[in-house]
Write a protein that binds this ligand. Structure first.
Ligand SMILES: [Zn+2]
Ligand SMILES: [Zn+2]
Length: 365
């Protein structure tokens, strides 16, 4: 009898969830958003329906809002946001690792694991990579491959809002990882937004001497609090390249220059900030169609390595989540203000001021 009762209750609950709508932040294109109702998704085989607790704003959301994103399709609307953490509300058939009620943080993508690029461990180039979007809503559907490869249990001592930051953190950690940074290197991080600051944390953990450039005093202050050794306010410097080189041993330039701005002029400057034999990491994505020019002689005779980098890979996502668990990411610096879901636009506008690092959007209030 109790069993029958449980089945009936479960069916009723499921039926109730299916019929209901949820509130969501909808992106219609650059500069166009609305707060609307959408049907609560149904998890298919291997998928999870997560009840979002906290979501976070990201520079990518801001870029998308301002200038669109490469995956935008005309006339198509979608739920905004890609960073959130919450509680398992429902599991699809075949999900055994997670149960209803578990506190989880999904990364926003997963590679296929079997294509040409995955077989070479270049997972961010996977031709069948699956993205989990739709974070700024009451519920979020987590695709099966993300459930399987890139979803984590949140320990009691970690907040939902910090757990939601695993995606941007892992992109920065992957960038530092791919730069070949070694103990005692001198590096410059151009741009002290969320991704730049995650670079600062990671480079300091790897034993680097870190110089940070930005034009916003608040962000430079955050960089200092996170351990940056030198900060350069580029509005006050006559020449950004000279200002950085003067802070390096014998003014020879940095070992590694990171771009975290997505500005072509900074991509170009990076080549003059590095020492001979140094490495340039062009991390920040520039507007589609952007081009840069550089002195071929500098690249050739100074043997400079220039690397592009996109996104992250599962090994690094796991390492990054462990950084969060170990308390290496200061929540009070990274998370600025908290907004209810219906005020998501205010959260985005506040992020755009540069006077917070990231904002939290509470999806359960
Ligand atoms: Zn693949
Ligand atoms: Zn992000």
């Amino acid at each position: 009898m109790p069993f029958v009762l449980i089945v009936i209750i479960t069916k009723t609950l499921r039926g109730g969830l299916r019929m209901a709508n949820m509130k969501a932040a909808i992106y219609y294109g650059p500069g166009q958003t609305k707060f609307e109702e959408r049907p609560i998704p149904t998890p298919g085989p291997g998928e999870i329906l997560m009840k979002n607790v906290s979501a976070t704003t990201c520079g990518t959301d801001l870029k998308q809002y301002r200038r669109g994103y490469r995956t935008d399709k005309p006339g198509e609307s979608k739920i905004f946001g890609h960073e959130s953490a919450g509680v398992v509300a429902e599991v699809g058939t075949g999900v055994t690792k997670f149960n209803v009620g578990d506190r989880i943080a999904p990364h926003n993508s997963a590679p296929c694991g079997s294509c040409y690029w995955c077989r070479r461990e270049q997972y961010s180039l996977c031709e069948k990579i699956v993205f989990a979007t739709g974070a700024w809503a009451e519920y979020r559907l987590i695709p099966a491959s993300v459930v399987e490869k890139n979803t984590f249990f949140i320990p009691e001592h970690v907040s939902y809002r910090l757990a939601a930051c695993v995606e941007p953190l892992s992109c920065a950690v992957y960038s530092v990882d791919q730069s070949g940074l070694v103990l005692m290197d001198t590096v410059v991080v151009n741009g002290a937004g969320p991704l730049g600051l995650f670079h600062v944390i990671t480079a300091k953990l790897r034993g680097a001497y870190v110089i940070v450039c930005d034009s916003v005093p608040f962000r430079l202050e955050c960089a200092k609090r996170l351990g940056a050794d030198q900060v350069v306010n580029i509005k006050e410097a006559n020449d950004q390249v000279t200002a950085v080189r003067e802070l390096t041993p014998d003014k020879r330039g940095v070992d590694i220059a990171f771009d975290c701005t997505g500005l072509p002029e900074i991509w170009e400057m990076n080549l003059n900030m590095v020492r001979n034999g140094g490495t340039v990491m062009e991390f920040g994505g520039c507007k589609g169609g952007s081009t840069v020019t550089f002195d071929c002689g500098r690249l050739h005779y100074a043997q400079i390595t220039v690397k592009g980098l996109f996104h992250t890979i599962p090994r690094v996502v796991e390492e990054s989540f462990n950084m969060i668990i170990r308390g290496l990411i200061p929540e009070d610096i990274i998370i600025g203000k908290t907004f209810p879901l219906e005020k998501f636009q205010d959260a985005l506008d506040s992020h755009a001021t540069g006077l917070v690092v990231k904002n939290e959007i509470r999806c359960d209030q």
